[in-house]
Each structure stands twice: as structure tokens, then as C-alpha cells.
Design a protein around this ligand. Structure first.
Ligand code: NDP
Ligand code: 2IT
Length: 449
């Protein structure tokens, strides 16, 4: 129950309007609980209807995506783009291709993206899109035909000054390439800044591929340094997932002196007490598009276990969930605490259920929320847009330096916000409030109501 009658009313309306959108409710409630601490100081929010406006997307686009498989059969998927908030810049956020995609998932992700993008300090609004298409087991040609059909519809809704999609689960360099090719074809114009995560030879930014995982570790390192006078050095790290975020989090955590001992996919997890051999993982996942199980066949001393949740029974000092939403529940969190972890940082979006975050906070673990911890991906997308506008490309070192600076700034901004609203060290509250104040201020200044 929220203390503020206004916030409770808004939350009740969110539930009543879309009773089935559980993930969206969860994301909204967490933010409203944080705002509950400051709402009395801001009567202008209620007077101008800011919160009820904030929780409603500016626009939701849904469309059919027909495509033909290699056997000549027609399939029809659903495509979406949720353009949530464009107060501080063009809509920006990833596309997810996964069978679980629906409006609840995309509204939760788009909502989180508004605050995340605000925290980066770059001028980007919030959006998310995608499809219930499953790229797993599809040939390159099938993925290409799907992407072409998807973009044939999406192209009219996006643009470098309008809405700039990028990757997310199931959408990586291959998909962005096909999507960009189709955009260029149907528009007859080379608008490099319309998508981010592009290939390096057609407007992509160096370090964008690495950015989310690297950024996660930069923020975690700053948190460890400032809040515990500690570092990754000598720490055991468990990372869930084995996709883009997990792979580059493993790379950076290892470079910073940590030992990553486990990775997973939706079927199961591998445990390698000697420390993950990332070359093998990259070969399996990036070259062969294989399953994480194959790691145990290739690396002596490692083991594979069915079921992705079991990864959290492996003791670690630092837990970096990098797979998907709600993978850590309260019970799992208790196991992580019991095994002696000191910090959790969310690489995935909303991987911890609210009960889990509560368990971590009650036990005194450092806990970095996704909208801050994984903001390095979209921040570097913002840097890609800057480079596209300049028609110029920075070096890897230059982009990486800017990424690191942004992540360090985010940590300090959210930490300072937590102190200012009387919840020192509660980075969930800090991130929600710091992200929100900026967007709400702009909504008021622009008279968007
Ligand atoms: P990828 O598609 O590259 O990898 C996803 C990984 O998560 C795979 O190992 C996948 O396993 C696993 N996974 C997906 N769904 C589930 C599920 N339902 N249960 C268990 N495991 C699952 O995606 P990313 O690495 O890009 O994304 C991972 C997370 O990071 C997502 O939450 C995404 O929103 C977030 N994120 C991504 C950013 C980016 O720049 N890419 C930026 C910020 C956040 P399997 O192969 O078996 O499906
Ligand atoms: O969740 C995210 O921040 C992303 N998937 C990256 C979005 C982007 O526009 O780079």
C-alpha cells in the first residue's frame, strides 16, 4: 500500500486498466514506492497530472508480421513498438524477439527505459519493441525474411529524430543488419542514426557490443569501491545468461580481477571452478549459436546442470543476473545471501523479483538496480547516434572511456539521490528518483499535459 493517496489512485488505475499486465504492474509499483518518499514535496505532480501521464505510453503500435519459412510455409507473428515517453529526446530502446514477448513485457521494459535513459545524461526518451518471433532454430534466411517483414511495417514509425531501436534478447548484430538493410531499401535513404548496434562498417560504434556487460562491471566496481572500499580483485562471480550482456560482463569482470565460475541459458547452467574460459563460450555462443551445455563437453573440470535457476546455488561474492526478468525470487535470494554474497548488480532488466531485492537489502548486500547497472548499453547507443550525426567514428578507447565515465557518474548520481531522500545506500530508490525528477521536470517545463 502506498502512503500517498494520489500514487495509490494512479497505481489502482494502472491495474484496473490492464489487469493482466503483471510485469508492467511490478515495474510501476517499484517506481511509485520510491516516489512515495518525495511526493509530498512536489504538489505540482498531482496538480499537473504528471504521474498518471508518466505511466501511460504516448503511443503503442501493434502489427502483424507475416513471413515465409524455408519450406515455403507462411507464419504470422505479432510485432510491437511501445513509444513510452519522448520528453527528453527521441524514443530510444531495444527490440526483443522472444516467444514470451507481449504488451506487458514491452510496457515494463519501455517504462524502465525512460528512467534508465534519463540516468545516462544523454537526450533519449524511452521505448521498447519486438515480437513473439523465436529466432532459435531458424536459418539465417528465415531470420532475414522475418526482419524484412517486421521493418516493412516498423519503418514508418521510426527515424533518427523520432525513434531509434536497437537490440535486446534475440536481436543482435545479425538482426540489426537485416533490419537496417530493409529500412534503407524501403526509405531510399541512408539514415545511419535510425538504429543502433549496427555493424562497424555501416555506422556502428566500437564498444557497443561490449557496452552493457562492461558498463555493468564499471558501475559495480565503483559501487564496491565507494560503499565497501573493495573491488572485483579475487572475488568469485556468478553470471546468469550467456548472451550479449553475460559474455561481456564475464570479460570485464575477469579483466578487473574477478573469477567468473558459472554461466547459464534457459535450459541449464555450467559450473567451472577454475574460471570460465571465455574463448570457448564465445565460440559456442557467438560463432556456432550453440547451447551453453556444449561448454562442459569441451572444458575438462567443468560440469553442466539442467535447469537455469540452479546457478544461484553456486556460492559467489558477486552475483550478476544477466539473463531475463524475474529469474531471482525471494527463496533464491536467500540462498545467495546464505552463501555469503556481498553484492548483486542487475545486468538483465528486472531480473530480481521485489521480494528478492528486499532480501538483499535486509541482509546488507550492495544491490544495483538494472536501470542504472545496465544503462551502459543504451548510453553507448547514444554515443553511436552522436557519431552518426558527426559522420565520424571514435576509437574503441574513446568510446570505452566515455562509457566508463557515464557509469561512474550514474553511480554517484543515484547514490547521492538515495542520501538526499533519506535512504542512504538504497540504490533502487536513488535510481528511480534521480531518473524520474529529470523527466518530470521536463514534462512540466514543456507543458506536455
Ligand atoms: P541475448 O539474446 O544475447 O541473451 C539472452 C540470454 O538470456 C541467453 O543466454 C538466454 O538463453 C537467456 N534467457 C533468455 N530468456 C530466458 C528465460 N526466459 N529464462 C532463462 N534464460 C533466458 O540477450 P541480451 O544478453 O542482450 O539480454 C539479456 C538481458 O539484458 C535482458 O534482460 C535484456 O533486456 C538486458 N539488456 C540488454 C542490453 C543489450 O544491450 N543487449 C542492454 C540492457 C539490458 P537462451 O539462449 O536459452 O534463450
Ligand atoms: O534494455 C536496454 O537498455 C537495451 N536493450 C538497449 C537499448 C538501446 O537502445 O541500446
Amino acid at each position: 500500500m502506498l502512503k500517498s493517496e494520489y500514487l495509490q489512485r494512479v497505481y489502482t488505475q494502472v491495474i484496473t486498466r490492464d489487469p493482466d499486465q503483471r510485469e508492467f504492474h511490478q515495474a510501476v509499483l517499484e517506481v511509485l514506492e520510491s516516489l512515495d518518499r518525495i511526493i509530498d514535496k512536489h504538489p505540482e505532480y498531482e496538480n499537473h497530472g504528471i504521474i498518471e501521464t508518466f505511466v501511460e505510453p504516448e503511443r503503442m503500435i501493434a502489427f502483424r508480421v507475416p513471413w515465409v519459412d524455408d519450406q515455403g510455409r507462411t507464419h504470422v507473428n505479432r510485432g510491437y513498438r511501445v513509444q513510452f515517453n519522448s520528453a527528453i529526446g527521441p524514443y530510444k530502446g531495444g527490440l526483443r524477439f522472444h516467444p514470451t514477448v507481449n504488451l506487458s513485457i514491452l510496457k515494463f521494459l519501455g517504462f524502465e527505459q525512460i528512467l534508465k535513459n534519463s540516468l545516462t545524461g544523454l537526450p533519449m526518451g524511452g521505448a521498447k519493441g519486438g515480437s513473439d518471433f523465436d529466432p532459435k532454430g531458424k536459418s539465417d534466411n528465415e531470420v532475414m525474411r522475418f526482419c524484412q517483414s517486421f521493418m516493412t511495417e516498423l519503418n514508418r514509425h521510426i527515424g533518427q529524430f523520432v525513434d531509434v531501436p536497437a537490440g535486446d534478447i534475440g536481436v543482435g548484430g545479425r538482426e540489426i543488419g537485416y533490419l537496417f538493410g530493409q529500412y534503407r531499401r524501403v526509405r531510399g535513404s541512408y539514415d545511419a542514426g535510425v538504429l543502433t548496434g549496427k555493424g562497424l562498417s555501416f555506422g556502428g560504434s566500437l564498444a557497443r557490443t561490449e557496452a552493457t556487460g562492461y558498463g555493468l562491471c564499471y558501475l559495480t566496481a565503483e559501487m564496491l569501491k565507494c560503499m565497501k572500499n573493495d573491488s572485483f580483485e579475487g572475488k568469485t562471480v556468478v553470471i546468469s545468461g550467456s548472451g550479449n550482456v553475460a559474455i561481456f560482463a564475464t570479460e570485464k569482470a575477469t579483466q578487473l580481477g574477478g573469477k567468473v565460475v558459472a554461466l547459464s541459458d534457459s535450459n541449464g547452467y555450467i559450473h567451472d571452478p577454475n574460471g570460465i574460459n571465455l574463448d570457448v563460450v564465445k565460440d559456442i555462443k557467438l560463432n556456432l549459436r550453440g547451447r551453453i551445455k556444449e561448454y562442459a563437453d569441451r572444458v575438462p573440470g567443468s560440469t553442466y546442470h539442467e535447469g537455469f535457476r540452479g546457478i544461484w546455488t553456486i556460492p559467489c561474492d558477486i552475483a550478476l543476473p544477466c539473463a531475463t526478468q524475474n529469474e531471482i525470487d525471494g527463496e533464491t535470494a536467500k540462498i545467495i545471501v546464505k552463501n555469503g554474497a556481498m553484492a548483486v548488480a542487475e545486468g538483465a532488466n528486472m531480473p530480481c523479483r521485489p521480494e528478492a531485492t528486499q532480501v538483499f537489502q535486509d541482509a546488507g548486500l550492495l544491490s544495483a538496480p538494472a536501470k542504472a547497472a545496465n544503462a551502459g548499453g543504451v548510453a553507448t547507443s547514444g554515443l553511436e547516434m552522436s557519431q552518426n550525426s558527426m559522420r565520424y567514428a571514435w576509437t574503441f578507447e574513446e568510446v570505452d572511456r566515455r562509457l566508463k565515465e557515464i557509469m561512474v557518474n550514474i553511480f554517484h548520481n543515484i547514490y547521492d539521490a538515495s542520501v538526499e531522500c533519506d535512504a542512504p545506500g538504497d540504490l533502487v530508490v536513488g535510481a528511480n528518483i534521480a531518473g524520474f525528477l529529470k523527466v518530470a521536470g521536463v514534462m512540466l517545463a514543456q507543458g506536455l499535459i
